[in-house]
Design a protein around this ligand. Structure first.
Ligand SMILES: Cc1c(C(=O)c2nccn2C)oc2cccc(OCCCNCc3cccnc3)c12
Length: 393
């Protein structure tokens, strides 16, 4: 296992990749400027569609982009844009963000590539491969030669494959918009009852995380993720950003929500934490509903280290709390991927398997395949846990 091609910075072209004559690189792009951030927002909002039949489109907030695109150590050169020369209009974008990895204990300095987007009207111009080459060139110039990215499409040799899972929180709305179906042997009342949550969870000591908890959260996650073969090697500042984001944001526009369990027997001691981020979808063709509230499970950890059965019970209770909180925030569906130890709680918490597959790619690094929690038919294997600890946005 290791890098495939050992390039050095001096092999890397200093000039940007050539573009078709009517385009130019947006070298001035600076996402600390509201006008530039809003241009990226607009491009993604109108052209970055997740589901195949264009029923839904990600409903970005600028707060989401600020959080996702500007973690500690980010480089503005890695926010790569393409403009139409004649009009200055932004029509292409791709982002790289710092993401040091550990692949089976090997430290791999890498960058996470995300948000690749080309304007709908310019899809056939082979711009996407040039965007990937250009952001890779700029990352290489900084001495980083490995990239991590995920895609629904199958490209040569993913390092891991995971599956989407969905937990309805507002079943009747998901049914109305055609996302959830009514099984033959069930009535709508029964389906609504199936997904109804209790008002309170089971765990005492649950509260929102505060910055004073951070040291314990950091230590808890470092220890917890020793069980995985692919993890992000967070600095303290990075994890603080990913779990607390802009601490001064009101709950209403907060993107990232992090909670802790404080040990009743030992006040001040944090035994568990979990987090999820909110990223709604616009519903494109439904007069009754215009938006779908989505929460995505993010990082979590527990100090429960007895046996698999105890861990299963603990994680089920912990993420069960996340469902109740997400529901109280108006979320309609709680999403997670078959990574981390998620397979332990998917069934008991009534997650359904999605038809979305998430391939993890590690560019320019040869690694034996890492268990993504799926069986040979790429269905969730509820009897195994994945060895993937990295949660991609
Ligand atoms: C996307 C997504 C969906 C849906 O498409 C969906 N759920 C309900 C209705 N729909 C149509 O369901 C998931 C389940 C697990 C992980 C997921 O996504 C994992 C990756 C999420 N990426 C979000 C993101 C991050 C950065 C930039 N843009 C988008 C998803």
């Amino acid at each position: 296992e290791g890098p495939i091609e050992n390039k050095t910075v001096k092999d890397i072209p200093l000039e940007p990749y050539p573009l078709l004559d009517l385009f130019e690189w947006a070298d001035d792009l600076d996402l600390t400027r509201d006008d530039h951030r809003d241009e990226v927002f607009q491009l993604l909002y109108e052209n970055y569609v997740e589901d195949a039949d264009s029923t839904f489109r990600f409903k970005y907030t600028t707060e989401f982009l600020d959080w996702a695109l500007k973690p500690p150590g980010y480089k503005k050169e890695w926010h790569v844009g393409v403009r139409v020369k004649a009009t200055g209009r932004l029509i292409g974008f791709i982002a790289g963000t710092p993401c040091d990895l550990k692949v089976r204990e090997q430290l791999v300095k890498s960058v996470e590539i995300n948000f690749i987007c080309v304007h709908k009207k310019l899809r056939s111009k082979r711009l996407a491969p040039i965007l990937i080459k250009e952001v890779t060139r700029r990352v290489n110039l900084q001495g980083i030669f490995q990239d991590l990215y995920t895609a629904g499409v199958v490209l040569p040799s993913p390092v891991s494959v995971c599956r989407y899972n969905h937990r309805p929180l507002n079943w009747s709305k998901l049914y109305d918009i055609g996302f959830s179906y009514l099984p033959e042997n069930a009535t709508k009342t029964q389906m609504i009852a199936k997904y109804t949550l209790t008002k309170e969870g089971k765990l005492n000591g649950l509260r929102r995380a505060e910055l004073k908890d951070f040291d314990q959260i950091f230590a808890l996650l470092q220890k917890f993720q020793e069980r995985y073969e692919l993890v992000q090697d967070f600095t303290r500042d990075e994890l603080k950003h990913w779990l607390f984001g802009n601490v001064d944001l009101q709950d209403k526009v907060k993107v990232i929500h992090t909670f802790v369990i404080e040990d009743e027997a030992e006040p001040g001691k944090i035994t568990d934490f979990f987090s999820f981020y909110l990223l709604p979808f616009s519903i494109l063709d439904n007069e009754e509903h215009s938006e779908l509230g989505c929460a995505y499970l993010f990082y979590y950890a527990t100090d429960c280290d007895e046996n698999q059965a105890a861990l299963k019970r603990r994680l089920t209770d912990l993420i069960g709390e996340a469902l109740i909180i997400a529901k109280s925030l108006g979320v309609d569906v709680f999403n997670c991927v078959s990574c981390q130890d998620n397979n332990l709680f998917l069934q008991d918490l009534k997650f359904g398997q999605g038809d979305g597959i998430l391939n993890y790619y590690l560019f320019n690094y040869k690694a034996k395949a890492i268990n993504g929690g799926l069986d040979s038919q790429q269905k969730v294997d509820y009897d195994t846990v994945s060895k993937v600890g990295v949660v991609m946005l």
